[in-house]
Structures are given as C-alpha cells and as structure tokens.
Design a protein around this ligand. Structure first.
Ligand code: DWN
Length: 405
C-alpha cells in the first residue's frame, strides 16, 4: 500500500485531531529527471495532527517508506555547516565509546558523515535504507535496511550489541516508531546510551517552520511526547540539549539505567508547558498562521515579478519543496533553484518542476532576488554570498516571517 491515513496516535494509540491541512503534496525528496517531467508524479494528502493524550504532533499521512527512502537525493555532506555540527557531535559521542572494541550504530546515517569522524576510534555501523548512498560510506559498515526490532536482532547476531546508538533526524521518520524504539532497546548494551536529535516542535510552532512538515517527518517531538513514548519502553531520558540545527532541535540522551537526571530535562519540560505544547489550542492557532504566511509569500513574489524583478531559489532542500508546492510557486515566479548537491543538480523540483542548477550559475547570472529555501543555514549562506549581496542581489527569507535582506 503506497499510502494509508491513520486516525490513531502512533505513540499511545489514542485518537488524534487534525490541526493543519497542507493539501496534496509530492514527496519532498523526489526530484524529477527531464525524461520524467511529463510522467505522472506521486502526490499524497499531507496534514498535521496532535494527540491530546501523549502530546505527540504527527503526520497521519503514511507513505510507503520504500518510496521515501530507498533512492535518497539528500546527502548530509552537501551542507558544510551540518558537517561541522556532526564533527562536534562525534566528539560528544566519543566520550561514551572508551574502548576501540565498542560499537556505534547510527540509524539513518545517510552518507556516513557523522561516522567518518568516529571510525578511527571504534567500530561503526550505518543502518540506512538508501541503496544509492552505500558507496559514499567509505570505511563504514553499511547495512541497507530500515532500522526496527527485526533488523536490530540481525545486527546483534552479526556484530553484537552497541555501546552507542545515534539517530540524527531519523527518529521521527518511521510510522512504527515504537518498533524502532524497541529495536534500540534490544540492540543497546545495558551500559549503553541512545543519543538522538530531532526537530523540536516548539521551534515548528514559534518560528513558523511549517515547511518542515512533509511525509518523511512523521513525528514532531516535544520532550513531553518523547517521555511518553520512551518511558513505557524502559528508557530514561537523562539529559537534553537545545541545538541550533534545522531551526531548533533537541539532542536527547537516554539510557536503560535509572541514573541521575540532569536539570536540563526539567528545564525543557517547563519551557514546553509555558509554551502551551501540551494543549491543542497552540497547535490550532499555528495552523491558522501557516495559511496566512502562504498567501503573503505568494503575493509578495507575484508583485516583485509584476515589477519586472527576476527571482531564483537558493538551496533545494526537502522543506523548500513543501514551501514551493504549498504556495504554488512555479518557474514563472522562481526561474531556477541552485543547490550544492550533485545528486540534485540537473533535476527538477518535485511538483512545480523548477530546474535545479549548480550555484556556479550565480557567478554569471545575477537574479534580483534569491528566495532562501535553505533558511536554516541563513547565517553561513549570507556570509558566503556577501559578494552577490554587494552586487545588489537581495535574499528573501521565508521563515519565521517573510523578510528581505
Ligand atoms: O530529516 C531530514 C532533514 C533533517 O534533512 C531529511 N528529511 C532531509 C533533509 O532535509 P532538507 O533537505 O530540508 O535538509 P537541509 O540540510 O536543510 O538541505 C539543505 C539543502 O541546501 C541541501 O540540498 C544542500 C543545499 N545547500 C546549498 O545549496 N548551499 C546548503 C548550503 C548550506 C549551501 O550553502
């Protein structure tokens, strides 16, 4: 089945309530080759729901993961700021792997960027379903599989149990999230630690990062929702950090031992209560704000084009494809988008079919405006492109509010 819609919470099983409808949406990472531009394209309903019982915000629209992840256009290495972030994370994880015989398993390790920093010190295994990324994982054991309770048992038979299990933006990507967590529990040594990074739902709501809602991101976590998911599985969250990645994310540390809990956990829980993350009204007002933002962005771009301005896009992230399709931004508004990823260059963005070009095009072609679709790297990009800006090219920042710099 390519698509199924849930009406129950994937964490606690109780009924969920829809808070935002983004309509029919193509798959955010399914870029289109020129040969397939006229062919039919997968589009599925996309919405956001909230569970008032365990506080998990979630996408109820479940697309077959074989369609989403087997041939994956996104590579971590295409974003230098993210590579630096993973080098820092590797240092944090290294504190838990004191022995070269220790094993670190990464769930959804993509092109092996994070594990490349750890492989000199311990055994490293990347469990990722993308068949097209295997060759990028040099020196890393690559298991082309979805991580779940079953594949965890296979890994134990072949490699033993893990001292560290890490998941950076993959612990929100499974409909069977409890089965994924059970896999972590059985694979992790009793003295092991589970470290994962997930987009923080507080950032989604407060910074209006609605373009982060797409079929790969099935869960939008608060620490409250994570506690309700993991504690029944005998995990204990003992530390949490708020990190400036993909907007704002939580870096969560959990183990199977009831060791001490750092004050950071209560601090984040308190911030979430104060932000209204345990009540549906906060999520309903977010939904209304998104609709307003969509209309403002499309009207703004249309007015610029009417005045003869030329607009291109900067970055072709998955979230950018949600924004382009939800706001119905076609090539007559945004002529092309640039992206550093060679896997995306020469292809077309899903749905609206805007051509993806190398950033080199900007050396000779200077549009009046660049719509910053990769807004989560705003600081590093604005710095990198200062020369373009000195020539008068303006950047349109779509999130959290539309601004021009
Ligand atoms: O969970 C996921 C998130 C965390 O990462 C996956 N669904 C896939 C991916 O989502 P994304 O595509 O929105 O991630 P990024 O890292 O925001 O994508 C940035 C894109 O922009 C990349 O394709 C690289 C490109 N880029 C660029 O062209 N010039 C990035 C930078 C920093 C640049 O200077």
């Amino acid at each position: 089945m390519d698509y199924v819609r849930r009406d129950d919470c994937r964490s606690c099983g109780k009924p969920i309530s829809q808070v935002l409808d983004l309509g029919s949406m193509p798959l955010a990472n399914s870029f289109v080759s020129v040969e397939k531009l006229e062919a039919p394209e997968y589009k599925f309903p996309l919405s956001l729901a909230f569970c008032p019982h365990c506080y998990l915000a979630q996408v109820p629209d479940v697309v077959d993961p074989e369609l989403l992840f087997r041939d994956y256009a996104y590579t971590t290495g295409s974003s230098p700021a993210l590579v630096r972030h993973f080098e820092n994370l590797a240092g944090v994880l290294h504190r838990f792997t004191v022995d070269s015989q220790d094993t670190v398993v990464e769930i959804g390790g993509n092109d092996g960027t994070l594990l490349s920093f750890l492989k000199p010190f311990c055994k490293v295994i990347n469990v990722d379903p993308a068949l097209n990324l295997a060759d990028l994982n040099s020196g890393v054991t690559y298991i082309p599989a979805f991580f779940n309770h079953l594949s965890a048992q296979d890994i134990i038979r072949e490699y033993g149990r893990a001292k560290v299990i890490v998941a950076t933006n993959s612990f929100a990507h499974s409909d069977l999230i409890k089965d994924m967590a059970k896999g972590v529990s059985v694979l992790l040594r009793d003295d092991g630690v589970f470290v994962f990074e997930v987009h923080w739902v507080k950032n989604l709501l407060e910074d209006n990062c609605w373009d982060q809602i797409y079929h790969e991101h099935l869960c939008f976590y608060s620490l409250h929702a994570l506690k309700n998911l993991l504690e029944p599985l005998d995990f204990h969250i003992f530390d949490v950090k708020i990190i400036p990645v993909h907007g704002q994310s939580l870096r969560v540390f959990a183990s199977k031992q009831t060791e001490m809990v750092w004050p950071s956990v209560e601090m984040v829980l308190k911030a979430e209560r104060e932000a209204g993350l345990t009540g549906i009204s906060t999520f309903l007002s977010f939904g209304q704000k998104v609709t307003h933002n969509k209309d403002r962005l499309r009207t703004g771009l249309t007015n610029l084009r009417k005045r003869g301005a030329r607009i291109a896009g900067y970055g072709a992230p998955a979230k950018g494809n949600v924004l382009l399709n939800y706001c119905k931004i076609h090539p007559h508004l945004v002529q092309y988008v640039t992206d550093t990823s060679k896997l995306k260059q020469g292809l077309y963005t899903p749905g609206v079919h805007i051509p993806v070009r190398s950033p080199d095009v900007l050396v000779t072609d200077r549009p009046d405006y660049l719509l910053l679709l990769a807004w989560n790297y705003k600081d590093s990009i604005l710095e990198k492109e200062q020369k373009l800006r000195d020539y008068g090219v303006k950047f349109i920042i779509p999130v959290p509010e539309i601004s021009i710099v």
